[in-house]
Design a protein around this ligand. Structure first.
Ligand SMILES: C[S@@+](CC[C@H](N)C(=O)[O-])C[C@H]1O[C@@H](n2cnc3c(N)ncnc32)[C@H](O)[C@@H]1O
Length: 239
């Protein structure tokens, strides 16, 4: 799978991409992750990428020119990239607090793509004509505001990479993780050695060797754990 990350802060990704799971997956050729600096597509000696919002207001907005030029180059569009009328290459994701919420289901759908392009915002975000021109899949990692899309892009890369065949040593582990499978349950309690820790004993059923009973107990625990989770807060209050 190929993932392109478009950012004004490419250095933020260096150690992240070399980390144990991603570093090994890239070395094995399972993931091709490339980072492109949006500033390389800015014009003028100052390579300006942001400007004040029309109508006033705090902060700076990302100008459409450099952002759209960068995306078009990476997606093989536009005259410069020789794209002609060809469809864009890869599924374009714009990281934005107002986008659809990232869930395991969304992660799974992204992992099914051959190629994704993650567009990171900064400052007060994007001039809206970026969205109008490119019509990206707008994704938010939660109802809070980060300083930039880089951390959100890392969240997506990490979650998607786990689902790329061969990246995890044991494929079964991703299938059993929280929010996975048909029921999308959260995982119940798990235990390793010692059998007793500060008076707390590992449940007998897990030591029984009876795989049928163990599977049934785990499922019951996962159902309980899912019910105990606090109900999702309403996403927005419009009053
Ligand atoms: C400071 S934020 C801009 C916030 C914007 N003024 C607003 O109120 O929606 C700068 C950039 O960080 C990224 N970002 C911030 N919060 C995010 C979130 N919850 N999910 C995804 N990206 C986020 C986006 O790329 C955004 O363009």
């Amino acid at each position: 799978m190929r993932i392109d990350i478009l950012t004004l802060f490419p250095d933020m990704f260096a150690s992240f991409l070399e980390g144990s799971l991603l570093g090994a997956a890239r070395a094995a050729g399972l993931l091709d992750i490339r980072v492109t600096n949006i500033r390389d597509f800015a014009e003028g000696i100052h390579r300006q990428v942001d400007d004040r919002p029309f109508g006033g207001g705090p902060g700076m907005l990302l100008m459409p020119g450099p952002v759209v030029a960068c995306v078009e180059q990476v997606q093989g569009l536009g005259e410069q990239a020789g794209g002609g009328d060809r469809p864009p290459v890869g599924h374009l994701v714009m990281l934005t607090p107002g986008g659809r919420r990232l869930t395991q289901e969304v992660v799974e759908s992204l992992a099914r793509q051959e190629r994704i392009v993650l567009l990171c915002g900064r400052y007060e975000g994007f001039d809206d004509r970026v969205r109008e021109t490119l019509q990206p899949d707008e994704i938010s990692i939660g109802d809070y505001v980060l300083s930039g899309g880089e951390v959100a892009a890392m969240v997506i890369v990490d979650a998607v990479a786990r689902l790329v065949p061969g990246v995890l040593g044991d494929e079964e582990s991703a299938r059993q993780d929280s929010f996975s499978g048909a029921e999308r349950l959260v995982e119940g309690p798990q235990y390793t050695r010692p059998r007793e820790f500060r008076g707390l004993r590992v449940p007998d059923v897990l030591l029984s060797g009876d795989h049928g009973r163990i599977a049934q107990w785990r499922h019951e625990q996962a159902v309980d754990a899912t019910r105990r989770r606090s109900p999702a807060q309403p996403q927005r209050s419009l009053q």
